[in-house]
Each structure stands twice: as C-alpha cells, then as structure tokens.
Write a protein that binds this ligand. Structure first.
Ligand code: CAA
Length: 378
C-alpha cells in the first residue's frame, strides 16, 4: 500500500496552489460579501487546464486522474468554498456527458466545457424531490423529433450562470425510478428561464437558482444515455460528485486549521502566545485527527474511482465524515479566534458558513447514512 503522491500529483498541487495565491485569495472575501459569481475565474481555470483533468485529449482534455481533481478542489477550497463548489458541480455534468454521452454529444459539449468556455450544471432537485430524488415531477414527452419538457427545478448550483444543464425528467411515471431520463438543455432554449436566485448562508459567490421549464423543446438527440436510465445516471453522477464535495470539505477544514495555527502563534494573552496553552493545543489535536482521517477517506475513494473499482459506499463515507469534520473544525476555529473569529475581517466566519452546505448538498449526511447502510447490508 502506497500513501505517496506521484510526481504529476505534486506538480498539479504546486500549479493550483500558485493559481489560488494569485487569482483566488485576493478576491475570496469580496466575492462572498458581494455575492458576485466569478465567471472570469472559471474561465481562467479552464485556460490553465484545471477543468480538463481526467478527460482524454481527443476532447481537449488534459488526461490525468481523479486524485488530481481532488487535489484541485481541495486547494481551491482552502481559500474559497464558493469557487470549489462551482468547479466541483461543473465536473458533474462533464463526467456524465463523457460517461453516457453519444460521440456527437461528447464532441459538441466536452471541448467547450473542459476549456472553461461553457459552464455546466446538474438539475435533479425539485420542491418535492430533495432527498427523495425519485419523486421528480418534471416531465419530458416525445413528440415527433423533439422532447417537450415541463417542470420546475430548485437549488441548482451554477443555475443561471451555466451554459448547459443535465436535466432529469420523468418520461414514464408508471415505471418509478426506471421512468426517469436525463436530457441536455442549453441555456438559451425557448421556454427555459431562470426563476429565483437564492440568497444563501454560505458559498455566496456561487449561484443557486430555480429553473423553470415551460414547453421547452429539445431535439431527441439531446437525450443523455438511454430512455429510463435517468435515475441511475443521476446516482452515478452523484457518486462522483460526492468525491468532489468531500475534497471541498477537506480543503475548507485544512484552510481553517492553517489560519488558526497562524493566529494562535501571533496572539498573546496572559503574557504568552495562545499556542502555548495546552488546553488550546488539545483542540488543535482533535481537529488534526479528524482532518487526517478525512484526508485518508477522500484520497482512498479518489483512488478507487481511478482504479475502476466500485466506490458508492466509500464516496458516501468520505462525504459524511469530511463534511462533518469541516463543520467541526471551522466551528472550533471560530472559537479559537475569539471575537476576531466572529468578525468579517477574518475569513473564519466565512469558512464556517461555507462548511455547512457540505453536510447538505449532493446528499445530506442522513442520505449518506442511507447509502452506506444499504451498501453494507445488501
Ligand atoms: N449507482 C447506480 N445505480 C444506483 C445507485 C448508484 N449509486 N444507487 C441506486 N441505484 C439504482 C438501484 O440499483 C435501483 O436500480 P433498479 O431499479 O435496477 O433496482 C434504482 O437506482 C433505485 O434505487 P433505490 O431503490 O436505492 O432508490 P431510492 O428511491 O430508495 O433512493 C437514495 C435512494 C440514496 C435516497 C437517493 O434518492 C438519493 O441519493 N437521494 C439524495 C439525492 C441527492 O443527493 N440530491 C442532491 C442533488 S444535487 C445537489 O445537491 C446540488 C447540485 O446542484 C449539484
């Protein structure tokens, strides 16, 4: 068993660290305050090849593996939970088009998406289909050469900013989960509009929107995968997406830890730096133990995906543990910063707000337990 990163992984980490220092750190507090979607950063991530990792050269991909993607999302999340979310959710439809798309779909969408020209989104959730993803009410009806989509999606990450959406809709309600199908819908399609843009507690520079589909006509070639395969496609997408969210969680926790150690060394009370107080060191030790365990889980599941082995359970375990660790660590980090932790001049309160969503999106902690339990008792 090897725990070392390869030379390529180290190079990816070095490159993304430099990108984060130069492009992301200077704006991360401001974009959170103003809730500005940093499109220019997504485009630059594309130009520098970070959206292309894991995809073959024939679609303008950069080759590479899931471990490298995890490194990228982890490093970005140390400084910006929002940008890590934007990229993680972009990877989801790109992965699905690569895995389930026809050659024509791959050729049409992948090069633009991996170059950072087109942003992707994944639209499963609806007002009555959250954790119960099978309860999708959006419909898609085939009429001659087109599918006609009707329905409303909510809480869609990258919604309103994305250029292409993977949308889940029922093609035959009588078949339950086997009656759901996946479709590719482009942003300017007539009848496809953006509703409410959410005002959120955290990841405020990412966009979360309602999508409204009113007689949206798309060519029948925009069916992704086979008819009735949509639920499975969504679950496969979420299995991969959960690795991304666990990487994001890990990065947020590590970022909070770095800030906290720096602060405890600088800040003196009762005549000595706070770092010298054993009671506070014990907090740091607890935080570090959980971060270390998260790191092992996150990289183990990335490795399993790269090896072509099943990883549904491991993705749920990694997401459950890493997201709860992110919440634990950022909560303690705010406490260790005292009053300064509560102030927006310091990044800790933002990190704590950003951490919260990792326990909720792409499946809540409770859904992760359903997935884990179903895998170990089957
Ligand atoms: N891979 C492949 N197939 C899978 C699968 C997986 N991981 N999980 C389930 N399936 C298949 C099952 O094998 C079954 O297939 P058959 O019909 O052939 O038997 C079928 O799907 C139905 O499976 P279940 O009976 O287990 O389905 P369920 O209705 O009980 O749901 C659930 C299970 C795990 C709770 C699921 O509904 C779920 O994951 N819910 C959470 C949804 C979620 O994460 N939402 C977040 C949306 S995205 C987001 O947050 C933000 C964003 O913008 C990206």
């Amino acid at each position: 068993m090897k725990f070392d990163f390869t030379r390529e992984h180290l190079m990816v980490r070095q490159a993304i660290k430099e990108f984060v220092d130069n492009e992301i750190s200077p704006i991360s507090a401001d974009i959170d305050k103003t809730q500005r979607f940093p499109r220019e950063i997504f485009e630059k991530l594309g130009k520098f090849g970070f959206c292309a990792i894991g995809f073959p050269k024939e679609y303008d991909g950069a080759e590479g593996d899931e471990i490298s993607k995890t490194i990228v999302l982890e490093e970005i999340a140390k400084k910006s939970g929002s940008i890590s979310a934007i990229l993680s959710v972009h990877y989801l439809p790109v992965n699905l088009i690569f895995k389930f798309g026809t050659e024509a779909q791959r050729k049409k969408y992948l090069p633009k998406m991996v170059r950072g020209q087109w942003l992707g989104a994944f639209a499963l959730t609806e007002p009555n289909a959250g954790s119960d993803a099978s309860n999708v009410q959006t419909t898609a009806v085939l009429y001659e050469d087109e599918y006609i989509l009707n329905g409303t999606k909510c809480f869609i990450t990258n919604g309103g900013e994305a250029d292409v959406y993977v949308i889940l809709a029922m093609t035959d309600k009588s078949k339950g989960t086997r009656g759901m199908s996946a479709f590719l819908v482009e942003k300017d399609t007539p009848g496809f509009t953006i509703g409410k843009i959410e005002d959120k507690m955290g990841i405020r520079a990412s966009s979360t929107a309602e999508l409204i589909l009113e007689n949206v006509k798309i060519p029948k070639e925009n069916l992704l995968g086979k008819i009735g395969e949509g639920f499975k496609i969504a679950m496969v997408g979420l299995d991969g997406g959960r690795i991304g969210i666990s990487a994001q969680s890990l990065g947020i926790a590590e970022g909070a830890m770095e800030e906290t150690i720096k602060y405890l060394k600088e800040r003196a009370q009762f005549g000595k730096p706070l770092i010298k107080f054993q009671g506070l060191q014990w907090y740091l030790a607890e935080m570090e133990a959980k971060i270390d365990a998260s790191r092992l889980l996150v990289y183990k599941v990335s490795y399993l995906k790269d090896s072509g082995k099943p990883f549904t359970k491991e993705a749920a375990v990694a997401k459950l543990f890493a997201s709860e660790t992110a919440m634990f660590v950022t909560h303690k980090a705010v406490q260790l910063h005292g009053g300064y932790g509560f102030m927006t001049d310091y990044p800790l309160e933002r990190m704590m707000r950003d951490a919260k969503i990792t326990e909720i999106y792409e499946g809540t902690s409770e859904v992760m337990k359903i997935v884990i339990a179903s895998q170990i008792i089957k």
